[in-house]
Design a protein. Sequence first.
Length: 244
Amino acid sequence: MNNEQSSILVTGTSSGIGRAIALRLAEDGYAIAAHYGRNKDGGEATRAAIEDAGGNCRLMSFDVSNAEETRGVLEQDIAENGAYYGAVCNAGMTKDGPFPMLGEDDWNRVIDVNLNGLYNVLHPIVMPMLRRRKPGRIVTISSVSGLMGNRGQVNYSASKAGIIGATKALAIELAKRQITVNCVAPGLIESDMTDELPLDQMLEAIPLRRIGQADEVAALVAFLCSPDAGYITRQVISINGGLC
């Protein structure tokens, strides 16, 4: 397969894991359809980094929780550039808090972005992928919280567990057409948010005694998007230093 002729959609690329994934896939030769939500500066920085490295990137913005807006932008991109070879569904958010204090808005917003957003992104692009009549790749990003739960994250854990179930079911539906669907579940990954966490205490629960790097998650996603991963589907792969 000539990666230069293959586009991969990556959502949530304005920072962190999403940016690292977009950069790594561009390095591997894919044309990147890079999405951002509200952080335009971050999205532009990701595109600039890809292009400065000699990669191919087009930038798009939409609210993944808005089905109509998402569908419109993606259908236009497909009409102009063709169906995607793959998609990495990384966009997500948290609204943490103890469950007794968790308001409806915080519950609904996290479910809307993390879980409904998965449907909103994938539904417009899967049929065009099928019409390619070629192998394809879909990778969803869940979390260790979706596997084992986490204090103060009932809403987030529910949304990420839902992503796992959706991934497994979709993998069955698309397997006949050689489109693999897998899920990556990161643990504690270094970001701006980890600077405010009690890392010494948290590291005691991680056998490798360190937090992960976004580039390490990106490397796993890149493998799952590669031709070498053609016989891997319906899997949830944790990258968490042995946490669970």
